[in-house]
Design a protein around this ligand. Structure first.
Ligand SMILES: [Zn+2]
Length: 425
């Protein structure tokens, strides 16, 4: 691994501007697009789709609250003035459902009936949890997305609960047209994927996002790799002509969509099955991860630019196992700072830092970080320790493609800067 040479730019919404759609992938944002007659796709952050039916509109997702006004304006000015009769939520994430109030306000301004909202029955449990854990979500999203300290999205959005809940499958009829709603678990436990049999259009929600699946997120609750893999096979069996993902651009073409859905399914299933096999061999997590033959991320929709395949493996283990890591010192452990202080006391910080610099110079930033961490924790006023710690994580952030990994690295860089300032450097 190369140190920070400044050449590999972290990819995110800002750096994806002006890129070709597929190159920008998960981070693509663009204007509304009519992908088939009466199927208007809004590729913003948390995509949504308007199916213009006979005299009424069926919306799949809503955009996040901060993009919904532009979406509604575009829908009304460019595509249709018909009432939005029904909204289906693909899942309860903030970027997919919090535009609901904007769509409801638009209906009221136009003298239409309030749209009915359909969603899986577990969405309300998610919304309840988000209200209970608002500050924790603000905190963890600042880390995951490297956001400024004042960002508190969870305090400003409205969670609009579904009016109609379903369990496994449902049919929604709008303007005489039928749409299939299918529940699965994948990125979340409250998912719905929507299929229009008449138009052969598939709305995947976040089960497809033009990036290695968000099946491992280190900051968030459980994901479900195997159910996810199964759902992608069911979607493929519908033979869609258009795939409208939760993030990134629309995809058209029957064979390409088969490849996209089935290769993503195979990717998830491979990681899932290898973790399960390792667990059944009586192995602990770190040994399982070391032995996994991770499947290729070569397809344009499998690049690990957001989540990371290793995180998926950890999440599979968490679904089926406990938190014990196999190290008996860790079943009722000392605080890691006390362990580090004892180590620094035994060897001195200089030898540890020297070894870390040697590892860095040899290109092993991963191991170097672990060594410096002992000094950071064991000798919290050690200026050289903080300096090296910050440098190492800045280098790792610059070389890392996964946004979720980068979030943790950037947080380390900020922490080092803060501590060095406190120490008068
Ligand atoms: Zn999403």
């Amino acid at each position: 691994m190369a140190a920070n040479n400044g050449e590999q730019k972290p990819l995110d919404y800002e750096s994806a501007k002006g890129m070709e759609k597929e190159e920008a992938a998960f981070y693509y944002r663009g204007p509304a697009e009519e992908v088939a007659e009466g199927v208007v796709f809004f590729p913003t952050q948390g995509n949504c789709t308007a199916f213009v039916c006979d005299g009424a509109i069926f919306m799949v997702d809503t955009n996040p609250q901060w993009f919904a006004p532009g979406m509604v304006q575009s829908l009304r000015e460019q595509f249709s003035k018909a009432p939005v009769e029904t909204i289906a939520y693909t899942h309860g994430h903030i970027d997919h459902v919090t535009g609901a109030e904007t769509i409801i306000a638009d209906a009221s301004e136009r003298g239409f009936a309030r749209p009915r909202i359909v969603g899986h029955r577990d969405i309300r449990h998610r919304f309840d949890r988000y209200r209970q854990m608002a500050e924790q979500n603000n905190f963890i999203n600042r880390v995951q997305f490297n956001l400024p300290e004042e960002t508190k999205a969870w305090n400003t959005v409205t969670w609009t609960y579904p009016d109609i809940e379903y369990s496994d499958e449902a049919i929604v009829t709008v303007g005489g047209e039928h749409f299939e709603l299918h529940h699965s678990r994948g990125e979340t436990d409250d998912e719905t994927w929507v299929f229009s049999p008449g138009r052969r259009v598939l709305c995947t929600g976040d089960t497809f996002v033009w990036a290695s699946p968000n099946g491992g997120n280190p900051y968030k609750v459980q994901r479900y790799a195997k159910d996810w893999a199964d759902a992608l096979v069911e979607m493929a069996a519908k033979r869609p002509l258009h795939l409208l993902p939760g993030h990134g651009p629309a995809m058209s073409g029957e064979e390409r969509i088969q490849d996209a859905l089935l290769s993503t399914s195979d990717f998830l299933r491979s990681i899932h099955d290898q973790v399960v096999a390792g667990m059944n061999e009586g192995k602990w997590l770190e040994d399982i991860i070391r032995q996994i033959d991770f499947p290729s991320t070569g397809k344009p929709w499998l690049r690990p630019i957001y989540d990371h395949p290793e995180f998926i493996a950890r999440n599979v283990y968490r679904l089926y196992g406990g938190w014990y890591d196999g190290d008996p010192a860790n079943i009722l452990p000392a605080h890691s700072h006390d362990v580090a202080a004892a180590l620094v006391g035994a060897t001195g910080s200089e030898s540890i830092l020297a070894r870390a610099r040697k590892l860095r110079d040899d290109g092993d930033l991963q191991l170097a970080c672990h060594l410096v961490d002992v000094v950071r924790k064991g000798e919290p006023d050690n200026v050289e320790g903080w300096r090296l710690w910050g440098e190492l994580f800045a280098a790792r952030a610059a070389a890392e493609t996964s946004l979720m990994a980068r979030g943790a690295f950037y947080t380390a860089v900020s922490e080092a800067e803060r501590r060095l300032k406190e120490l008068g450097v």
